[in-house]
Design a protein around this ligand. Structure first.
Ligand SMILES: [Zn+2]
Length: 235
């Protein structure tokens, strides 16, 4: 004869195992692993874009400075040339001025080269920054898609857990407190399986066979315990 409370324990265990399974599923969603990767990629992409933006900012400052200096040199050159061509100087002064014009022309050429180089560099950096920003956007949307998939999966799991929890509290009401405490303690040490039904002479917990003598021995305790695994035996 089956003791009713023990049969309830089996029902309770079914529900508890379902809850365990759902919580395990909740914690080990494959999307969580992908999310970690997506999150790391997004952060890396952001760092790269930020570094390029800094580099571009610095290059723009250098370019502004170069263009300003070039403009001043052009003004100076034009003024010096005007003075040189307007004449009225002695030979020595004219020679000095001619040399100054030559120096200013050289300086202007060098500066033009520098400015052109900076313009090219800036253009290249702008293109790289645009690419990096697109990569950030794509990483971010991948991350968000995973976030919402995880949120959705969690809500569904939580809903199921909630239903099992409600069933659990119905069942628990019918089980004596000391038996319940024993069940909970066993569950902690026996991988969640505290109760086994004896079927065809086999313990449902450890699946080992119990001889008639062992079955009688199991019956001697209250509740009956499997002689092999010490789980509660429903017989
Ligand atoms: Zn057993």
């Amino acid at each position: 004869m089956e003791i009713p409370a023990l049969a309830d324990l089996l029902d309770l265990q079914d529900v508890d195992l379902e809850i365990d399974r759902l919580l395990d599923q909740r914690q080990n969603l494959p999307e969580l692993e992908s999310y970690k990767t997506a999150n790391a990629s997004r952060i890396e992409a952001e760092h790269e874009a930020a570094a390029l933006a800094d580099e571009l900012k610095q290059m723009s400052l250098d370019l502004d400075k170069g263009e300003g200096e070039l403009e001043l040199t052009e003004i100076k050159l034009s003024e010096t040339e005007t003075r040189l061509y307007s004449g009225g100087m002695n030979a020595r002064e004219t020679e000095n001025m001619r040399l100054e014009v030559q120096q200013l022309r050289n300086r202007k050429e060098n500066m033009e080269e520098t400015v052109l180089g900076l313009l090219d560099g800036k253009e290249e950096l702008e293109a790289r920054l645009a690419e990096a920003e697109a990569a950030v956007e794509s990483a971010r949307s991948g991350e968000q898609a995973l976030e919402s998939a995880i949120g959705q999966a969690w809500r569904e799991i939580d809903l199921k857990v909630g239903r099992f929890e409600a069933r659990k509290s119905d069942i628990v009401g019918a089980i004596p407190e000391d038996l319940l405490a024993r069940y909970e303690k066993l569950r902690r040490t026996k991988e969640g399986v505290a109760v086994g039904r004896l079927e065809h002479g086999q313990c449902g917990g450890c699946h080992l066979a119990l001889s008639t003598t062992e079955q009688n021995e199991a019956r001697e305790s209250d509740p009956p315990l499997c002689v092999h695994c010490r789980r509660i035996l429903v017989m």
